[in-house]
Ligand binder design. Structure first.
Ligand SMILES: [Zn+2]
Length: 545
């Protein structure tokens, strides 16, 4: 790269803040989508003759009529323009983008306020009342559209993107937003001033809520012409609510139950008389899936061109999008290369039998190995892999808490596993009680366990409570002298109640695989506890508490 150039890093926020105040899936989705959209808006305004964009790899069709945000949250570019000129350009662009967003929101407020609402209509529609004109001011102060300009010669040439991002991390500190004294506070986020009042369903009741511009946009994006144009989302074709994602299995034969009008009371899928005899416990659980690439910056450092990696990640992201939507019938929220977040059904039965969230996670992991890790050749000694966190929760479990939890599973558990490639799963019951397990994706336990899940969920018969037996005979299991003794113990103490030969074999394989790796001591104990937890989750999802 030529000396004397400037590097630019552009960053948006506060993403997590905006996403976390979400009660409905559509709010969580749009909270995320908004930021992808903002980066795309900035990207489109950049003069590509003057700015060479290193990240994202390609701005082409990334957001084309998709509900998933496919644009990463940052832009890294180089230019020969002076620092002052870059600042002038970026200030102009970010001001324009802020204004455009404020206009989208104000148009939406106008549309909503002009809907005629009679008492009868109130039952079927919601409408807004404008409280004040401060949308633009709030957007200007709250939405962070930050950039840094660094002279190229101050940066290690090999690792440009990482270096620029470390500058961005440094400016990404928590900035507080101060409310005006007399402003009413937003009912949903309880952070920003309210500018609009809406009537909205909550717990099967219509209530009046004063909202800030962002919470309003998140709740009503399906009515905004600009957003409809971009995403294809509509009032009658909204981002699906949680029961329609968890119970997606019924979509094929009961598609009419999946035609939802957001203005109407949100009717519960499971209580519908047409299907309720067929509803099984596993239909009532959704899964949040979050993934992140391991050691990527180390790997990037040894590549000849950072663009190479961006290219692999971009095409990987596109495949993830298709697989999550089509093969696994879920809803990707964002896919910024290796950075993935999706709301998925826990399990569903399609033509090929049962598919679970574990199958999905395994599939995406394999794909990453093929399309990203496997493509990186040359002098790289560092290997990249993909770690994932999963939260499986009852459909009534609050989305905002599940979202916080899936971040913990990914960053606090899966990515703490030695050499990573980690998977951490937390299961949250109806009562709020939870259990969890973790492993590496290349642990043979994972495929055995996935097979067992599928077999048990597709069978009409029950599965024995072997997890209690593992607990009871743990010490004995850890101190056996050889495989014959293990076979004897399993035969005498564990096999009673198995009605399916395949499940018995898979269970045996689980125990043997665990004990072969760590025949004695604390690690053996942990292995057995893990198998116990996995079976506990399986039993619960099968509806056998
Ligand atoms: Zn709000």
């Amino acid at each position: 790269m030529n000396p004397g150039k400037n590097l630019i890093g552009f960053n948006i926020g506060p993403i997590y803040e905006v996403m976390k105040h979400s009660k409905k899936t559509r709010e969580l989705w749009f909270g995320s989508y908004l930021f992808s959209m903002l980066v795309k808006m900035v990207y489109d305004k950049l003069n590509k003759d003057v700015y060479t964009v290193l990240k994202p790899f390609s701005g082409e069709d990334a957001l084309e009529k998709s509900t998933a945000g496919l644009f990463p949250d940052r832009i890294v570019a180089t230019t020969s323009k002076s620092k002052e000129d870059v600042s002038t350009d970026f200030n102009k662009i970010t001001n324009e983008v802020r204004k455009e967003i404020a206009t989208i929101i104000n148009n939406l407020i106008k549309t909503e306020c002009s809907r005629i609402i009679t008492d009868k209509d109130k039952k079927n529609h919601q409408a807004a009342k404008k409280l004040n004109d401060s949308t633009g001011k709030i957007i200007k102060e709250y939405l962070q559209l930050d950039f840094v300009v660094i002279p190229q010669n101050e940066i290690d040439d090999k690792d440009i993107i990482k270096e620029v991002e470390s500058y961005l991390d440094a400016i990404e500190v928590n900035r507080s937003f101060t409310l005006g004294k007399n402003d009413p506070t937003c009912y949903r986020c309880k952070t920003l001033p309210a500018t609009v009042e809406v009537i909205e369903w909550e717990n099967e009741e219509l209530i009046e809520q004063k909202l800030c511009p962002l919470c309003f946009l998140k709740l009503r994006s399906h009515l905004s012409n600009e957003i409809i144009e971009l995403t294809g989302i509509k009032e009658k074709q909204p981002f699906p609510p949680i029961d329609r994602i968890a119970g997606v299995e019924f979509k094929k034969n009961y598609s009419h139950l999946f035609k939802i009008n957001i203005g109407e009371a949100e009717n519960n899928l499971y209580e519908n008389p047409e299907i309720n005899d067929n509803v099984k416990d596993y239909h009532k659980y959704y899964a949040l899936y979050m993934a992140d690439g391991d050691n990527l910056s180390k790997v990037a450092k040894n590549l000849n061109t950072p663009e190479e990696l961006s290219k692999y990640l971009f095409s990987f992201g596109k495949s993830v999008h298709d697989i999550s939507k089509n093969a696994f019938k879920g809803e990707p929220i964002y896919i910024g290369g290796d950075d993935i977040f999706a709301i998925m059904p826990f399990a569903f039965n399609d033509n090929d039998g049962i598919k679970t969230i574990l199958d999905f996670a395994t599939r995406i992991n394999t794909l990453y190995n093929e399309q990203v890790a496997g493509k990186i050749t040359g002098a790289n000694t560092d290997k990249t892999s993909l770690s994932a966190g999963i939260v499986i929760a009852y459909h009534k479990y609050p989305l905002s808490i599940a979202m916080e939890e899936v971040q913990n599973q990914l960053f606090g558990v899966a990515k703490q596993i030695n050499n990573k490639n980690g998977l951490a799963v937390k299961f949250i019951q109806h009562s709020g009680a939870d259990s969890s397990f973790q492993m590496r994706f290349d642990d043979p336990i994972l495929s055995i366990f996935s097979e067992l899940y599928k077999s048990v969920l597709s069978s009409e018969k029950g599965f024995p409570s072997v997890h209690h037996k593992i607990d009871k005979y743990k010490t004995l299991l850890m101190n056996l002298g050889n495989e014959i003794q293990l076979d004897n113990l399993l035969e005498k103490r564990f096999y009673e109640g198995f009605e399916n030969e395949k499940q018995k074999e898979l269970f045996t394989a689980l125990i043997k695989t665990s004990l072969i790796k760590f025949p004695k001591g604390k690690q053996a104990e942990e292995e057995l506890e893990r198998v116990g937890n996995m079976i506990h989750v399986l039993k619960f999802i099968k509806g056998e508490k």
